[in-house]
Design a protein around this ligand. Sequence first.
Ligand SMILES: C[S@@+](CC[C@H](N)C(=O)[O-])C[C@H]1O[C@@H](n2cnc3c(N)ncnc32)[C@H](O)[C@@H]1O
Length: 262
Amino acid sequence: MSENEAGLPGVDPRVPNPARIYNYFLGGKDNFAADRAAAEAVLAMAPEVRVAARENREFLVRAVDYLTRGVGIRQFVDIGAGIPAERPVHEVAQAVDPDARVAYVDNDTIVLSHARALLDRGRGTAVVGGDVREPEAILEAPELAGLIDVGRPVAVILIAVLHFVPDSDDPAALVRRLADRLPSGSHVVITHLSDGGVPDDPRIAATRELYRGGLHFRPRKEIEALFDGLELVEPGLVGVGEWRRAGAGGTSWWLAGVARKA
Ligand SMILES: C[S@@+](CC[C@H](N)C(=O)[O-])C[C@H]1O[C@@H](n2cnc3c(N)ncnc32)[C@H](O)[C@@H]1O
């Protein structure tokens, strides 16, 4: 991460940041010392988190491939897209259809700066500054509207982002507000940190602390409720490493599901 980026408005390199911590878990270089220290503290408690982050990315690839090849979706809105990582959504979708379109949305300055620098806007992608807590503003943003036709089916991707949304912002209602504005045949893809049925696990409390309280592990029931009003496709809500994968297994940090709007 360069000194120039440390000076971007809204960027404080001394404060660990979720997008940059995640980048470190994935083996990326777009992070500062404070992010690495926070990430290492999590890894000291739970070394499998590095694997869990990778499982999440692998799920993303399987889900986008399923939606593009299996369902025929050609438009994606990836909210909480993160610092560009290996095999971003447009690469996976455009491997099936070069005309597939992807809007990458995030509320983080560094993510947006990297995404704008790295993504080829000439090839069916757009980068949109937006907050998942303001779904209507995302779908109406001019950069998105210029690329995505919300009158045709869209897949909204919410991978590893809704656990940053507190109960007071009602994450299930946010998903509903997104789905309500999209036509039948649209899909929603979600992964969410699970409390694994052990909300008192000291690793959960310690990790939450490292994220300054801004990270919400939820019980399965509440993660299921994110899909209310939608039809979960097979195999339903499962561990992220188990979703449509041969030789399923993996860590228990994330639950994952893909659902269709009827
Ligand atoms: C753990 S990363 C996940 C990145 C990516 N989805 C992936 O799976 O590789 C979470 C991302 O969500 C973004 N984020 C957090 N809160 C957000 C919000 N309220 N609105 C939009 N993006 C948000 C962060 O900036 C970060 O880039």
